[in-house]
Design a protein around this ligand. Structure first.
Ligand SMILES: Nc1ncnc2c1ncn2[C@@H]1O[C@H](COP(=O)(O)OP(=O)(O)OP(=O)(O)O)[C@@H](O)[C@H]1O
Ligand SMILES: NCC(=O)N[C@@H]1O[C@H](COP(=O)([O-])[O-])[C@@H](O)[C@H]1O
Ligand SMILES: [Mg+2]
Length: 396
């Protein structure tokens, strides 16, 4: 029970992180009459453009984080990125604030070490072999232990930033510098992972709500340089693989607890399913659910957070997404080709409205549906191909 937004009985939701995923979360929250506050590290972030109000702070600074939370006193605090002072969220939760799904889930998934140790060591779910290193020397040792090729990532980063595949001893130094430059927080620690030659990889969206745990149909995806470029739903896999994936997802999400959606990332090997990582929030590859399901991952997240039931999740049609990424760092960019993209049948686009482009930054996505996944992927590819980022002064 709650009143109108901006009234004394309003239900207030504060989003920590205001990217393209948060923008959709806020739109869904507003559909249910919730008052929304967007927070991020820069002005005019996508979700700020649709929220009732916003704040620009350094979310890794515990003091600044506490200040904004105490000022607004939100009913629910919804982390949207990893890079937040999560130990402060743990404190705030103890003081009575509600963090989604739980402060501990955001603390453990904030860095790769927390969640990897929990999954592999405490819960004993299968993962790639791994080791950690704090310096170049330690990295050399870790690589020797794990073997080549291996994947090296900053313990705190997302969307593939700072990640590289190390194929020979000669690559170790480059991988180290790449991780140092790409990490979100100024932490030097890296994880070294055994390179898994998987057949495919999926995101299993897992929702914990008052109705219990529900799974969306598996989402297949392709990543390039550690960042997603294409996703589709449903991903075809064997009944055994699906059962094992759901078992792993249930085990991990039960441990993390709370209400909300989780994106469980899994690698499918020939006869083994590996847990990779988990987002305690909507997942980028899950953007496909905006066209494929009756309730998108964003709608599901909001329902679960507000304590409303989720009796069923329906896949309405096979669907696919394809991303549009920038190639330069500019504030005076324009996006062209939207009309051509929308001329592709059963297709929508989401233009995120980020205030500036950066090399490799995701700026928009094409979403398509069709009678089968193959056709949906073709359509999304065609539509994304029609979209162009134009930089003045550069040959158009
Ligand atoms: N151990 C591994 N073996 C093989 N491929 C890997 C391994 N680890 C990561 N990858 C590839 O790199 C991608 C990104 O890795 P990961 O999910 O760990 O990074 P991330 O920065 O957290 O990305 P995101 O935030 O988009 O989820 C994976 O989806 C997979 O394609
Ligand atoms: N893989 C995680 C992911 O996709 N997160 C999404 O990207 C935004 C950051 O984008 P930016 O780096 O372009 O600001 C985040 O705010 C979130 O919406
Ligand atoms: Mg990932």
């Amino acid at each position: 029970m709650y009143g109108a937004p901006l009234s004394i009985h309003a239900k207030k939701m504060m989003l920590l992180g205001s990217g393209e995923l948060g923008k959709e979360v806020i739109i869904e929250a507003q559909r249910l009459g919730v008052e929304t506050i967007a927070v991020d590290r820069y002005e005019n972030a996508p979700a700020m453009q649709v929220a009732h109000r916003h704040y620009v702070i350094n979310m890794l600074d515990p003091q600044q984080l506490r200040e904004v939370i105490e000022r607004e006193k939100p009913d629910v605090i919804v982390p949207e990125i990893e890079a937040i002072a999560t130990s402060e969220l743990v404190e705030l939760e103890k003081e009575g604030y509600r963090v989604i799904p739980t402060a501990n889930a955001s603390r453990l998934t904030m860095d790769r070490e927390g969640i990897r140790r929990l999954a592999a060591e405490t819960l004993q779910v299968p993962t790639a072999k791994y080791a950690f290193a704090d310096s170049l020397d330690e990295l050399k040792q870790a690589v020797a232990e794990i073997g080549l090729p291996c994947v090296i990532k900053p313990i705190m980063s997302s969307s593939g930033k700072g990640q590289s595949v190390c194929r020979s001893e000669a690559d170790i130094e480059t991988s180290w510098s790449c991780a140092m430059e790409g990490g979100r927080a100024k932490k030097t620690r890296v994880i070294v992972e055994e390179f898994i030659r998987f057949e495919s990889e999926i995101t299993l969206l897992t929702v914990r709500s008052v109705s219990g745990t529900s799974f969306c149909q598996p989402i297949g995806h392709v990543q390039k340089d550690g960042d997603y470029i294409e996703s589709w739903q449903p991903h075809r896999m064997s009944a055994e693989q699906l059962e094992e994936s759901q078992r792993i997802a249930k085990k991990v999400t039960d441990e993390l607890g709370g209400y909300g959606i989780y994106g469980v990332e899994l690698f499918l090997g020939q006869d083994k399913v590996y847990f990779s990582e988990v987002s305690p929030r909507p997942h980028d590859t899950g953007l496909v659910t905006l066209v494929s399901q009756d309730l998108s991952e964003f709608a599901l997240h909001v329902r679960a957070i507000l304590g409303f039931p989720i009796p069923t999740i329906r896949l309405l049609t096979p669907g696919a997404t394809h991303t549009l990424k920038a190639a330069e760092e500019r504030i005076d960019y324009r996006i062209e080709g939207i009309a051509e993209a929308l001329a592709v049948p059963n297709t929508q686009v989401r233009v995120f409205g980020k205030p500036e482009t950066k090399i490799g930054r995701r700026m928009a996505v094409a979403l398509s549906s069709a009678d089968d996944v193959g056709k949906a992927r073709e359509r999304a590819l065609e539509a994304a191909g029609a979209l162009r980022i134009v930089y003045p002064g550069v040959e158009e």
